[in-house]
Design a protein around this ligand. Structure first.
Ligand code: SAH
Ligand code: SF4
Length: 426
């Protein structure tokens, strides 16, 4: 059964989804009839205020004020919006809410990485990870619950796509992280301090304005380009100077290679691009990143060459997971260099040691092999750092995210993979 509620994009393939809630003009209905403002553009908020009875000028002004409280101050309670008339605040609270994804569980790794298990209002679980480093703090954001694709080394790939996350659920992850890290200007945390403890304050300041959360990567659960509109709308709020005001240079979108949407991603979103390449031959990429059967390596690299705004200062990142005896030979490294040069790409390579998960059909290449692979690329003048795995002890590392508690048998995994392959071949 294919749901008509799901966004259809070229190559949207999974027939196994459940409908997302019946979103109308960006608004997800709530049981209490109120409207959650998170994730809506300012213009849409003004329209809703006008529909609720304010005159056009009042609606526009209130929308501007509320938007500021939402995204610049992190306020979730209309009572705290001090420049809005006292009588107006209950009027707003009767009709609207400022939501956050529900936190089901928060885990802290011994290396400082934090993982949150979150739940949508209709009961679907997904994950978000925060990775503190010496000079930055990166939030790894999910775009879907599950994934239509089935890269064979990825734990999320063993889930079906449950549904796309809404813009509110995507930007809501960033809001929640700022709540948890205590990053809103002082005085705005009223009613939202539950997840804040002393540990949160230990890590020091990274950015000029003292913020810990400095970067965002769309590298959590799901394929962001198969939820294009919602990811774009959420990132617009993140980048909006009156919104969360994070520079697009600090945001990276990672795709497994949804070629037809890459140009649009450049034009309409304009963030840094990361591409999950992972193999340099058709045979191996077809096996480990099966979307390759639909959009092959050559096509993918052409789309990278055409990606708007690529330059030496803003290079495309090729992610390359190191799988023992699968994609990690000297020959593979040399072929990778050849391809990058052939397509004249401004690129760097990020080597990711494979993070294991129960039942995974691969092993990680050994350290010596990874170092050699990296050297070959470096020697050709292309940066190829090895990504340090983070948060492995809490299953927060790349490709370890998966929310349903059940463990699938090998036979079940094979069946699911076969189903997804069939869908991909359609
Ligand atoms: N769906 C998008 C973004 C999410 S995955 C994509 O595929 O690009 C983020 C990165 O982690 C991708 O490069 C992905 O291939 C990689 N990854 C997935 N499983 C992994 C694993 N078990 N070990 C290491 N990296 C993995
Ligand atoms: Fe989906 Fe990305 Fe995992 Fe592939 S690596 S299954 S595209 S989340």
């Amino acid at each position: 059964m294919t749901s008509t509620n799901l966004m259809h994009s070229p190559g949207h393939i999974d027939p196994l989804t459940v409908p997302r809630p019946n979103v109308v003009d960006g608004v997800t209905p709530r049981e209490d009839g109120r409207i959650d403002l998170i994730g809506l553009p300012r213009q849409r908020i003004a329209e809703l205020f006008a529909q609720a009875g304010l005159d056009a000028k009042g609606a526009k002004l209130r929308a501007k004020q509320v938007f500021h409280w939402l995204y610049q101050r992190g306020v979730t309670d209309f009572e705290a919006m001090s420049d809005i008339a006292k009588t107006m605040r209950p009027w707003l609270a009767e009709r609207f809410v400022v939501g956050r994804p529900e936190v089901v569980e928060a885990q802290h790794s011994s290396d400082g990485t934090r993982k949150w298990l979150l739940r949508t209002a209709d009961g679907h679980d997904f994950e978000m990870v925060f990775i503190p480093d010496a000079d930055r703090g990166t939030l790894c954001v999910s775009s879907q619950v599950g994934c239509t694709l089935n890269c064979r080394f990825c734990h999320t790939g063993t889930m079906r796509l449950v549904r796309n996350l809404t813009p509110g659920e995507i930007v809501g992850q960033v809001m929640l992280a700022r709540d948890a890290l205590g990053e809103w200007p002082k005085g705005s945390m009223a009613g939202f301090c539950d997840d804040l403890d002393d540990d949160d304050l230990e890590e020091g300041s990274y950015s000029a304005d003292g913020r810990l959360l400095t970067n965002i990567v769309m590298m959590g659960m799901g394929e962001p380009l198969y939820n294009f509109d919602n990811v774009r709308d959420a990132l617009k709020l993140v980048m909006d100077g009156d919104g969360l005001a994070l520079s697009r240079r600090r945001i990276t979108l990672s795709t497994s290679g949804v070629v037809p949407l890459m140009a649009r991603a450049g034009d309409e979103i304009g963030v840094n691009l990361a591409v999950s390449l992972h193999a340099v031959t058709k045979e191996v990429r077809d096996e480990i990143v099966p979307i390759n059967r639909k959009y092959g390596i050559e096509e993918l690299l052409e789309a990278c060459a055409a990606y708007p705004k690529a330059s030496n200062a803003r290079r495309i990142t090729f992610e390359y997971v190191m799988l023992k005896d699968k994609n990690d030979s000297d020959e593979d490294a040399r072929e990778l260099v050849r391809l990058i040069k052939k397509y004249k790409l401004f690129a760097k390579v990020n080597l990711i040691p494979f993070n294991p998960w129960p039942g995974a059909p691969y092993e990680c290449s050994d350290d010596k092999r990874i170092r050699r692979f990296s050297e070959i690329i470096f020697e050709a003048g292309i940066s190829a750092p090895v990504r340090t795995p983070r948060g492995r002890d809490i299953d927060a590392a790349c490709g370890q995210l998966k929310t349903s508690a059940e463990k699938k048998s090998r036979a079940e995994l094979e069946r699911l993979w076969a189903e997804k392959q069939d869908a991909l071949n359609d």
